[in-house]
Design a protein around this ligand. Sequence first.
Ligand SMILES: Nc1ncnc2c1ncn2[C@@H]1O[C@H](COP(=O)(O)OP(=O)(O)OP(=O)(O)O)[C@@H](O)[C@H]1O
Length: 458
Amino acid sequence: MIDKIKENWEKILLILREEYGDQITDISYKTWLEPLKPYSFKGNTITIIVPEQPFISYVKKKYSTFLKVTISEFLGKECEVDFKAKEQVEAEEQPAAPSLIPKAKAPVSPDVIQNANLNPKYTFDTFVVGSNNNLAHAAALAVAESPGEIYNPLFIYGGVGLGKTHLMHAIAHFILKDNPKSKILYVSSETFTNELIDAIRNKNNITTTEFREKYRNNDVLLIDDIQFIIGKESTQEEFFHTFNTLYESKKQIIISSDKPPKEIETLEERLRSRFEWGLTVDIQSPDYETRMAILRKKEEMEGYNIDNEVIKYIATNIKSNIRELEGALTKIVALSRLNKCDITLELAEEALKDIISPNAQREVTPELIIQVVSDHFGITPADVMSQKRTKDIVYPRQIIMYLCRDMTEASLQVIGLSLGKRDHTTVIHGAEKIAADLQKDETLRNTIDILKKKINPQ
Ligand SMILES: Nc1ncnc2c1ncn2[C@@H]1O[C@H](COP(=O)(O)OP(=O)(O)OP(=O)(O)O)[C@@H](O)[C@H]1O
């Protein structure tokens, strides 16, 4: 009997899809159903293999009835379904790796996206799934499909610039698409801290009651880079209560960090245990294929047209950090525009020589600072290098000037050049302005502190 099921498995899934298509989106089908494989048939129970252990309960909850009915009808006799993880059965048959490429859906209004603090570009559609992040991606999708129901909190951890923020935003976009009225708030732990500082001092007329309402009155709260509140006692305390309020009313909490909860040494025990109530997933550094795919995706999104040799060169040489990978591409394109020349392998070698020389792997460069600060403020390096003079661009630009002077040996001329051919007096002015503000502005001090840790995690 199992052979018959195996032979006809695709057909069975297609029948299921046809029958329940109105309840199963394309992305759900690809993520949860396509990777399933029949394993055995004993008594009247068919056992189905789920590739990843943590998702058995989810697949069971959402799809066991559909599978049971479809298979029973197909076989012409009543049967039960059961699920096992791939590693559990150690089957001779290797199920195919899950294919998790989501499909685009209809857009949500830009206002809604802005109110939730989301980067419009960070969706599931633009997230490349590879062996380094497929578990985190699947977990993110499960939470997006059933917020507050199954994995709460979802804790995503991984090294710098590997896509944690992107994945968090993707969850939020997905939920908003399903239900534009959902109350969703994404903040960095820095913003949480800064707003708490302001509320305690009653700055900008925000009271602590308003602060609490803002954070506790959400269906989904996403807090990025939680490691930055560690050691800040009043912030931890406040976050603990926010967490409890949301959790008790079954609201979804999503947290990211550079380490798993058990390795965050100074994390209070009561917070640590709460973080571990849900599901913890990690993102690793991308392998070569994933790096290539990310560069191709970026090229497609930005409308660049770059020779395969150049893409391969970047993917071969920049390995650990996706932000650096993107930064390298941006730098090459900027250099070719500045010099009005084609993008060739020689140009790429020249542009990246500082970044990829064996000793310079961890060196802090103006390009790295530009990339980190731009990401942090939700703008692009091109904005920073442009002539735009709006406050939302000028301020990060000045912060970059300050950090370049503080953290690199680069000359004023080089800093100016990296910032879109700016004069050295502009750089001095920008850096001094931030240095002066730092004397009186505690929230700016917190921001600079965090940016420095992001730029140079050691
Ligand atoms: N799998 C991916 N597919 C496409 N782009 C990605 C992927 N992972 C990361 N990126 C891109 O890399 C950049 C850095 O990612 P992101 O900001 O999400 O990293 P992070 O892990 O949150 O970093 P940090 O630790 O500094 O907060 C972003 O521009 C993001 O879009």
